[in-house]
Design a binder for this molecule. Sequence first.
Ligand code: ASP
Length: 722
Amino acid sequence: MNYKKLLVVVFCIFITPAFLLAEEGMWIPSLVKKINIDRMQELGFKLSAEDIYSVNKSSLKDGIVHFGGGCTAEVISGEGLILTNHHCGYSNIQRHSSVENDYLTDGVWAENKKAELPCKGLTATFIVRIEDVTEKVNSSLTANMTEPERKAAIDKVSASITAEATKDSHYKGQVKAYYYGNEFYLIVTETYRDVRLVGAPPSSIGKFGGDTDNWVWPRHTGDFSLFRIYANADNEPADYSKDNVPYKSKFSFPISIKGMQEGDFTMVYGFPGRTSEYLTSHGVDQIYSVTNPHAIAIRDERLKVMDAAMLESAKIRIQYASKQSRVSNAWKKWQGQNTGLARYDAINLKQQREADFTKWVNEDATRKKDYGSLLETFGDLYEKLEPHRLHRLYVNEGMYGIEAIRYANGFRKLHEMSVENPVNAEEVTKEIEKRKKAVAGYFKNYHQPIDKKIFRALIELSMEKMPQDLQPAIFEKINKKYSGNLDKYTEHVFNTSVFVDESRMNDFLDNYKTKKVYKLEQDPIYQLMASVLNHYHETSSTAYSETNGEIVKLYRTYMKALQEMSGEKKLYPDANSTLRVAFGKVEGYKARNAVQYEAFTTLEGIAEKYDPEHRDFKAPKRLIELYKAKDYGPYGVNGTLPVAFVSSNHTSGGNSGSPVINANGELIGLNFDRNWIGTMSDIVYDPSVCRNISVDIRYVLFIVDKFAGATHLIDEMKIVKD
Ligand code: ASP
């Protein structure tokens, strides 16, 4: 090696990791002070750990909302205005939409607070405090407890910890397990129950790019919507009332329109849902070669039918908008995940890490005794799990992918009550009344021809792909009775079942008698649902939970060992829907050979993709006009308008709607997605390619202000210009 080459290598080893590599990890906010703040400040962060999380004074955490329990939102005004993704607000926008008032297509902007739309059931939860209760929990556990005993002891001690923490308050508490149950944290929360829809752009902005662009960079989606939290006169949570007033939060985010450069510090603060970063190679392999391919194939069938039908009429499109998005989102993500896992040779990478682990274990006799057989046992257990996991998948994704089957599942309680001895007539009447009330709501978003086609396709697929020795007997009976003619069987089911037709269902409930419970039992949808489910319970359910339980228990030991092996350097816990901090910086990436992606997109990209004939690439006329006139107001820069950017924050589902914050703690973007191969980051995070995608806050403000003319909302916000 010559001198110059040597210099390059030395440079790469010593300089690159500290300054150029992206950061991995989603960290517990209350531990940032201990673990991360130095590194964050090294990367440019100008605030303190106390500014991120504090129990004593207002901090950024007080502006972060767990939105509807699934997404994240942030407070952006002193009057309870919150910002989240369009796809997070989607089901509520859909619920308020009709063919006459098509908010999905046209967008919706409340003119004033009175016009804001109540969203039944939608909640906004704040984190009051996070406390490490590991010692308390561990003190109630002993080494020789069985798993059920351990669980009972944890439940008991958790109940007393939360009761103590929330007494004399309207707060709720929960003790959550981290690191596979090696650590425990108490989370105290405050949940607001009156949340109203304030504004959303048309889907041609909020969902621009549709399924084609989902999980893809470069991106041009204005994926945002606005809601407002309402409280009672004491600023406390209350059920919806017209007397409620806008909530005054302890903290609301200042919004920076100064913009950012590649390399600038970014932080994402939100509620990532679930990751599995410490899976062994066996676990990754099972996802890669078993669950993902089957789940994708099942959803392929559902989407084919839904997508075609949604083009038929506006009514069907609105009915299925939310359902289709839910199905297609994970479907596409799993494909990206598998592409990433293959390209970055994730199984091999895991195996290499396991080889390092084994080496470390073999260095010490105690380790050898405690951890020596871990990896081999993982291999055996995963092998044992596989058929049951597949069976489970075909029940959950396959059979429950049929709407009528899911609907019928809700009638199992009525069935149980009807066969009880003696029958509690009063309870049965109550249940019937409850069911009756829900009928119209259910069928409002049900289109029988869609479900019928999906039924036909998924029955065939399940018969073919469910492990043969784990198939329910009813499959064989159907095949015999209809001589393998599934079209005939489907006709019969849809001509007779009460679960696929509103008037049949109403008739059924109006005339329901427990003595005639056989009518329910003989309904072909109910019959199929009950047989498949009962059979699953008899064959796979216990085997699945037992084996999976053993695997989870093993991960607890493995995780403990990994932490020991890691020494001083603390590992981050997998996501578990609790509040986390992820930091990194604005940066593009090299996608593949000869392909380098830039970090920013602009409105020019929308003009390039614009295609009025393509479902995913329509754009509103007004947006095109503003583009032609280059009329961007204060949000434009150098003659263009920023739309989205990528950064290296480790995020996951549930981080949708999370604020992206600059070094000063100001809001610069709204996280909404990840890049295609980067979706493998739920399992393996590769800093060179895993990126989160955010909509630039200047694009959000431009749409609210210049496009929609909802300037009264801008007036509520604190905008930082320089
Ligand atoms: N777009 C994503 C979601 O819908 C967010 C993510 O997973 O990065 O879950």
